[in-house]
Design a protein around this ligand. Structure first.
Ligand code: FES
Ligand SMILES: [Fe+2]
Length: 402
């Protein structure tokens, strides 16, 4: 955070002049028609993160992801050969969901309606009372496959029957930058989930700029600043904009000037830094091979996946649209396995220090969406630190073709 004087302005508009500086229409956040175009031209066409390989470590492990935005449910399975595959969770007989469980382990999937059975590769291997069907060809009636691939342990799927590019090509420069971050060592995972009456982009926008931090987060990030109305500016240390993905990187001390740690914070930091401390550069234990641009790197992997990296810990968001004004926000936070009670305590504390500012963020999402519905405003007015928001609307518009 920087004091008001001597802070450069218009840095990002100079770096990315092609994005312009004008107001941005809010129609993409309220239009039903626009949402349908996003469904068809974005979510059904690009690579979407649906989990991590360590959620299904063993042959027969599976997880189910309901992707309302793509109007389907997916079955993601670890095969007998160790490969990760995805299928529409739809029985070939009369369309029942094959797995009703969110996750588990099995040797085959049997549909509850009439008992058809599929193996881990999706092949139809059993049909009850088969003789009473009419020339049924089992080989042609397996589960419908969905393109699936992994990168650094993250599982991605693509609903396009013929994806335009491979996962690695789609990630492009993001993958170049992030390969080597110790994702495989940060295996302790905590999750939150929020169901919000908000457009997915409004939710994302509130995360990809630091302009709001001294104001909305004055009870958390900057809680000890007595006179919070004194202007404190957050400036990104770097912004990278790619074809569709982007990075907002923040530096900073992690502690507002004049702020004091509470006794519990002191204790938590003694055994391992808290999430907020890590955002500010305090080490969580010095992971080898950490590749960071600033101290807190916020990578948006288009359209709905975010990886927020710090030294020794990271968290992710998956934003799942249910409707134009309804989104499920999944938050997963990752730490190295705790080696003792002190580290475990520190992680519990870190969980809460992440939760609290996210609750503050959540408190504006639904209010914004409700007010967009009023039609009183037709545009967002964006300043230079909101360049990632500007880029987000441009990329969606390019995909949607508007
Ligand atoms: S719908 Fe699955 S066996 Fe009939
Ligand atoms: Fe925030």
């Amino acid at each position: 955070m920087a004091a008001l004087s001597d802070v450069p302005t218009h840095l990002w508009a100079r770096k990315f002049p092609e994005l312009g500086t004008g107001p941005v229409s809010n129609r993409p956040c309220v239009s039903l028609e626009y949402f349908e175009l996003e469904r068809e031209r974005v979510f059904k066409r690009v690579w979407l993160n649906v989990g991590r390989v360590d959620e299904i470590p063993n042959p027969g492990d599976f997880l189910v992801r309901d992707l309302a935005v793509c109007k389907t449910s997916l079955l993601v399975v670890r095969g007998a050969d160790g490969g990760v595959r995805a299928f529409h969770n739809v029985c070939s007989h009369r369309g029942n969901q094959v797995s009703w469980r969110e996750k588990g382990n099995c040797r085959s999937f049997t549909c509850k309606f009439h008992g058809w059975t599929y193996d881990l590769d999706g092949k139809l291997v059993g049909v009850t009372d088969e003789a009473n069907f009419f020339g049924l060809n089992k080989a042609e009636n397996g589960l419908t496959p969905v393109a699936a691939d992994t990168w650094e342990g993250f599982i991605f799927v693509n609903l396009d029957p013929n994806p335009a590019e491979s996962l690695r090509d789609y990630l492009g420069e993001v993958a170049d930058h992030l390969e080597g971050y110790p994702f495989d060592k940060l295996t302790t995972r905590y999750t939150y989930q929020a169901d919000e009456r908000v457009n997915w982009k409004v939710l994302l926008d509130a995360q990809q700029e630091g302009y709001h931090v001294p104001f909305l987060h004055r009870l958390t990030f900057v809680k000890a600043v007595d006179n919070w109305q004194q202007e404190i500016l957050v400036r990104s240390v770097d912004v990278k904009l790619f074809k569709c993905h982007r990075l907002v990187s923040v530096g900073g001390s992690g502690q507002a000037p004049g702020s004091k740690l509470t006794p519990v914070e002191e204790l938590a930091r003694r055994y391992g830094a808290t999430t907020l401390a890590a955002m500010g550069g305090a080490s969580h234990g010095g992971q080898q091979g950490t590749k960071l641009v600033g101290t807190f790197d916020f990578w948006v992997i288009f359209p709905n996946f975010v990886m927020a990296l710090m030294d020794g810990t990271y968290f992710t968001y998956n934003l799942w649209p249910l409707a134009v004004d309804h989104t499920v926000w999944e938050i997963r936070t990752y730490y190295p396995p705790a080696r003792n009670a002190g580290e475990r305590f520190s992680q519990e504390f870190a969980k809460c220090t992440l939760r609290d500012p996210l609750l503050e963020d959540g408190s504006v999402h639904e209010r914004i969406q409700a007010m967009l519905g009023s039609g009183a405003k037709s545009h967002f007015i964006l300043q230079d630190e909101e360049i990632a928001v500007r880029h987000g609307y441009k990329v969606v518009a390019d995909y949607v073709g508007e």
